[in-house]
Structures are given as structure tokens and as C-alpha cells.
Design a protein around this ligand. Structure first.
Ligand SMILES: Cc1cc2nc3c(=O)[nH]c(=O)nc-3n(C[C@H](O)[C@H](O)[C@H](O)COP(=O)(O)OP(=O)(O)OC[C@H]3O[C@@H](n4cnc5c(N)ncnc54)[C@H](O)[C@@H]3O)c2cc1C
Length: 411
């Protein structure tokens, strides 16, 4: 039986107080990191990852690792209201900044392997991913398969007890720091596209697997291309049945849409940062600036209310459904608008580092915000979901639904 939430929350708070220092009040006079994507060297990334891994392991060992996953899959079997309470308690403490790779390992790949894997895979991989002993990236997107992920072309051909992989993945966050990847490959080109896909775990140091960083316009290289040329993976690393990969993929992506942001590093500037900027520039009396600030404030309150509604629905055991799409769209829109108001305030100063504290930091925000409109499903795809599932508009024509993948025209 689940513990009483109030008592449990007290235990969490006591454990956090023993484990972490309290969060200090944010100082606004030093350089502020407003980047949307972390821009650090590989050595620094490893150091930051290690700090969060130490915390994650302690958290896992204390029984707070994966709260909502069933007990038999290595979780605590608690409802989402416990996860929300945990995240709220964490806010009081200096939690080491998480990163996309940590969320992918503990929130996507770990739970997916726990759900679809064999008991041996759960023990050897799911538990280490959930405890961050091993880190795993998501090898889903390809140059010709992003929004239309089921069109993916990376091939896996069986050879005895192994599979031989050939193809290319792209936009793989954290691939240079991951020990494993959850990879989707086409195992049967002669059935409709959703039916011929199989999921595998692959070690990132497998011969024939080549990771190449992608330099982003914001300066860093958090994404990668991953090339596979005759890379071999044992059938023992297949996750789920042959041809069941689409189910593994959609389940993993549903974890992504409802992932809690606890401990995640903040992405870009906020309304408070823009307000601080307007104050420091002495512009809060300007009626046009006041109008922009009011608009931004209203949008940030609406976004927070939507996030809260999705969280409450999850806590009540209701699938957030299209609500998660509305939340994602509001979040990416707010991020872009926040950057726009900051750029209006800064004018030409946003393009060059003139040495004024905190001002050039907005360049990082402006260059990173567009990427957030794509990650986890683009704005247009979220709008499609809302059009079809909230407004009940006619669905997009799906002419390729019953056509074997091998007969589809590909660009
Ligand atoms: C920050 C970030 C992190 C990422 N991390 C990973 C990762 O770790 N692993 C991974 O596998 N992938 C990752 N991705 C890839 C991400 O999932 C894809 O970028 C995304 O699904 C969009 O696919 P695409 O880039 O191929 O664009 P496309 O699907 O080619 O879309 C191009 C444009 O066409 C629009 N469009 C496409 N289809 C429709 C439609 N049916 N209706 C209306 N408009 C449409 C899109 O909205 C977009 O504007 C990441 C991306 C980003 C930006």
C-alpha cells in the first residue's frame, strides 16, 4: 500500500536535507547562464554529468529513483502525485544540474527497457540506466525520419545470433557521453512502415558505429550524427519482439511528453530575467515595454497553469493526452517570445559582447530557442495533435498507411 503522501513528503525532505545543501537565493549580479543548450567542453560535460550521477545513485538507493515505475520494473510503484511532491521538495535544495542525457537514461530508455526487456535486460541494463551507472541516448531520428519517425531507413539484417546494422541517425543528444543507445531499425521492408521496425540496445563503442558531433549555431555540440556501417549487435540486445519496435518507440515518446522537469537545468531566460533586464536598462516606464512585459507575464502564467493542469491530470491517473501538446507548444512559444522582448530591449547590444554583465548572455538564449521548437515533436506536429484530437478537425490524409515501406517513394 502506498505511504500517506504527507508523511512520505516529510521523509523526502529529511533525506534531501541530509544529502544536499540548501539552494541559495539566485544572485543577479554575476554572469548568468541563459543558454538553452549547454555549451561546455566534453571534459566539463563529463564533470557535470558525474556530479548529477552521484546524486542520482544516492536517490535511487534511498528508494526515490523512479517513483512512478511499477515495483516489478525497478520503480517505487507510486502515483504521479508522489513524483510531483518529490520535484517540489527538490526545489528547496541545490540539486546538481541535470542534462538531457540523464533524463533520456532515467526517464525514457531505462523505463522502456524495464517495460519491454527480458528479465536479464532489466537487470543488466534497465536498472543501471535508472541508477545512471550506465547512460543511454535515443537513436531514433534520421535525416529522412523526424516528424515521420516510422519512415526510418536504418536497416538491421539478421545474421545468426547477431544483427548487422547499416544507416544513419541524427540529432542524437549526448551520444558522445552515452555508453548505450536505444536504436530503432527496419527489420522488414516488406510490410507497412510501422510494422517492420525493431528496437535494439547498442553499445556506443561497437565497431562500425561512428559518432560525429554537430556544431550548433549557439556554439556547443550537444547533438551528434551517428553512422552505422556493418555494426553488429547481439540478438540478446533486441528490446521487445521483432517488428514490435513502433510500440517501444511510441511508449518511449509518451514518457518524453509527460517527463517531469525535476532537477533539469533551466532552459533559457524567464519573465523575471527580462523584467530584471528592463529595470537595469531603466526602461520599465516606457509604455511599449510595459505592454510587452505584461504580454509575456500573462503568457508565462498561462503556461504555468497548463503545466499544473497536466501534472494534476497525471496525478489523478488521467492521461494528459493533447494537454501535453498544448503545454509543449506554450513552452516553446514563450521561450521564443522571451528572447524577442530581451532583444527589443537590448537592440544592437545583443549581437556583441560589450562587457555589460548579463547582457550578452541573451545571445545564447536567442540562438538556442528555435531548437526547442523542434525537440520532442515540432510546433507544427503539436498543432496537428490539437487540431485532430482537441478540435476534432479531419485528420491528415495518410496515403502510406497500408503500403509496404519498401514501395514508398523516399526523397
Ligand atoms: C534539442 C533537440 C534534441 C533532440 N534530441 C534527439 C535525440 O536525442 N534523439 C533523437 O532521435 N532525435 C532527437 N531530436 C530530433 C527531433 O526529434 C526531430 O528534430 C523532430 O522530430 C523533427 O524532425 P526533423 O528535424 O527531421 O524535421 P522534419 O520532420 O523534417 O520537419 C521539417 C519541418 O516540417 C514540418 N512538418 C513535418 N511534418 C509535418 C506535418 N505532418 N504537418 C505539418 N508540418 C510538418 C515540421 O514541423 C518542421 O517545421 C532532437 C531535436 C532537437 C531540436
Amino acid at each position: 500500500m502506498a505511504p500517506e503522501l504527507k508523511i512520505w513528503r516529510g521523509q523526502v525532505r529529511a533525506w534531501l536535507a541530509e544529502t544536499l545543501p540548501p539552494k541559495l537565493v539566485q544572485q543577479h549580479d554575476g554572469p548568468v547562464d541563459l543558454s538553452v543548450f549547454r555549451n561546455v567542453s566534453d571534459a566539463e560535460e563529463t564533470r557535470l554529468l558525474e556530479a548529477v550521477r552521484v546524486y542520482r545513485r544516492a536517490r535511487y538507493d534511498a528508494g526515490y529513483g523512479t517513483l512512478t515505475l511499477p515495483v516489478e520494473q525497478g520503480g517505487a510503484g507510486l502515483s504521479a502525485s508522489y513524483a510531483i511532491a518529490y520535484a517540489q521538495e527538490e526545489l528547496r535544495f541545490a540539486v546538481p544540474q541535470s542534462s538531457e542525457l540523464i533524463s533520456v537514461s532515467t526517464g525514457l530508455v531505462g523505463p522502456a527497457v524495464a517495460m519491454f526487456g527480458t528479465s536479464q535486460q532489466r537487470q543488466n541494463y534497465a536498472q543501471p540506466f535508472l541508477r545512471t551507472d550506465l547512460l543511454a541516448c535515443q537513436l531514433f531520428s534520421e535525416p529522412g525520419a523526424g516528424s515521420d519517425l516510422a519512415a526510418l531507413a536504418c536497416r538491421a539484417v539478421r545474421d545468426g545470433d547477431e544483427w548487422v546494422l547499416d544507416g544513419q541517425k541524427v540529432w542524437t543528444s549526448g551520444a558522445r557521453h552515452a555508453e548505450y543507445g536505444l536504436l530503432l531499425a527496419r527489420t522488414d521492408p516488406d510490410v507497412p512502415k510501422h510494422k517492420g521496425i525493431t528496437a535494439f540496445l547498442i553499445a556506443m563503442d561497437t565497431p562500425g558505429l561512428d559518432v560525429r558531433p554537430i556544431r550548433q549555431m549557439s556554439g556547443g555540440s550537444s547533438f551528434n550524427e551517428v553512422f552505422l556501417s556493418g555494426a553488429r549487435v547481439s540478438d540478446g540486445l533486441r528490446v521487445g519482439e521483432v517488428g514490435q519496435g513502433w510500440k517501444v518507440a511510441t511508449t518511449t515518446l509518451s514518457f518524453e511528453r509527460t517527463a517531469s522537469g525535476s532537477g533539469t537545468r533551466r532552459k533559457g531566460g524567464t519573465f523575471d530575467d527580462v523584467l530584471g533586464l528592463a529595470r537595469s536598462l531603466g526602461r520599465t516606464g516606457d509604455p511599449v515595454v510595459r505592454q510587452s512585459l505584461a504580454d509575456l507575464y500573462i503568457r508565462s502564467v498561462l503556461k504555468a497553469a497548463t503545466t499544473e493542469r497536466v501534472a494534476r491530470a497525471a496525478a489523478a491517473g488521467v492521461s494528459p493526452g493533447p494537454g501535453a501538446s498544448i503545454g509543449k507548444l506554450l513552452a516553446s512559444d514563450l521561450l521564443v517570445r522571451t528572447g524577442d522582448v530581451a532583444a527589443e530591449l537590448l537592440g544592437a547590444r545583443v549581437t556583441a559582447d560589450a562587457g555589460e554583465p548579463g547582457q550578452f548572455a541573451w545571445t545564447q538564449h536567442l540562438l538556442g530557442a528555435p531548437g526547442y521548437r523542434l525537440a520532442g515533436g515540432t510546433d507544427q506536429i503539436q498543432r496537428n495533435v490539437m487540431a485532430e484530437r482537441v478540435l476534432g478537425l479531419p485528420p491528415e490524409p495518410r496515403v502510406d498507411k497500408d503500403v509496404p515501406w519498401g514501395q514508398l517513394a523516399r526523397g
